[in-house]
Design a protein around this ligand. Sequence first.
Ligand code: GLY
Ligand code: MN
Ligand code: MN
Length: 462
Amino acid sequence: MFSKSTYIERRKILANEVKDGLILLLGNGDVPFNYTNNCYTFRQDSSFRYYFEYPLIDLAGVIDANNGEEYLFGDDVEIEDIIWSGPVATISERASLIGVKNSGTRKDLYNLMEEAILKGRQIHFLPPYRAENRNILSSMLHIKNSHVEKFASIALRKAIVKQRSIKSLEEIAEIEKAIETAYQMHTTMMRMAKDLGTYEYEIAGKMEGIALSGGGPVSFPIILTTHGEILHGHDHSLKLQKGRMLVSDAGCETPSGYCSDITRTVPCGGKFDQRQKDIYQAVLNSNLEALKQIKPNVEYKKIHIKAVTVLAQCLKDIGLIKGNVDDAVNEGVMGLFMPHGLGHLMGMDVHDMENFDENLVGYDEKTSRSTQFGLSSLRFGRKLEEGIVLTDEPGCYFVPALIDKFKAEKKFLSFVNYNEVEKYKDFGGIRIEDDILVTEKGSRVLGKPIPKTVEEIEEIMA
Ligand code: GLY
Ligand code: MN
Ligand code: MN
């Protein structure tokens, strides 16, 4: 937890930005795994935690934007809870540790909301991503369950996006701790992937163990697959075989709730063959081009386009595409090879604040989301600002079903050498992902450098 003043300052900024009404931030509850008392690992809501800190179940925070009054609500534990789960500080003790003057029970929260509704005051809340919180909002605010999202506050979301998008030095230090653990996860993967015959689950299990031993869970289910063309493949059942690339997309959370999100791709067995080296270098060039372009006041959408242009030029050199590279990119050819965006915000959530609505986080009045296949998957396209942390994660994939579809539809015949592309249907995919801080004049790759060049990867796998 940060110092009390961090939370006081954050809430003050939020109240000033929202200006009018009550801000209601619900924390998360436990989610049963297979029966009520056997729950998934608890994960606090990131916005609740940003302003009210505690990673404990069934809390809620309220800020009165008109008069600055703040409240922490929750029920104190009883002897039964203490016997099974141990003692915890009372709600009022916890409130005082984060500089909140008022505290109360869940019942008090309902009463405060009821009173506000009767007075016709605006209640700002975030769109729920869990059914339990949708039910609570529905009954507390007398909104039909299916209409809750519709009434979620745009003003609150915009205010939080403005604030949480820009990371403070203490937040950046936490993210770098999460990358330190990710360094251990990915270098362990590289060493293990040298041995052909190893199963993906053996590596994924070791990586998850490293995340846990770093004090937090993984920041999302580990993607570890020799079928990297399946972008978010969570199957780990295959044996590492010569000729396949292993995509490892994984990160962790720190005990304070900050994430890392790193991808490395390595040749099973430890040595790149020529075809793997060529595609790998193409993706690396694209990753490095993006890094060169990242600085304040540049739209990330433009950087995505630059990065895929570099990828396109490399694929042209290999003979997979033909014609004018800029035209190919403008036409949307690169969606065939990279059907995802260059990156997304990262912080307390691995895709920071995407529970608010991707477009509210990643786009604004000046930058609109493209509808072109590939570029349309870019989650964050707006202008960069100093203090933003985001990912730079280009990739190149050969998705047999997509190749077949485009070919059958005779798409991009003047740009794609389908006869050549066909030969890569057994290739899989490659992605390289780093977490980047936008600085005053440019950018910085966060954390200790994780082997990334062909030479560095072959060396660590040797
Ligand atoms: N970890 C999923 C992603 O890179 O966006
Ligand atoms: Mn990512
Ligand atoms: Mn990732």
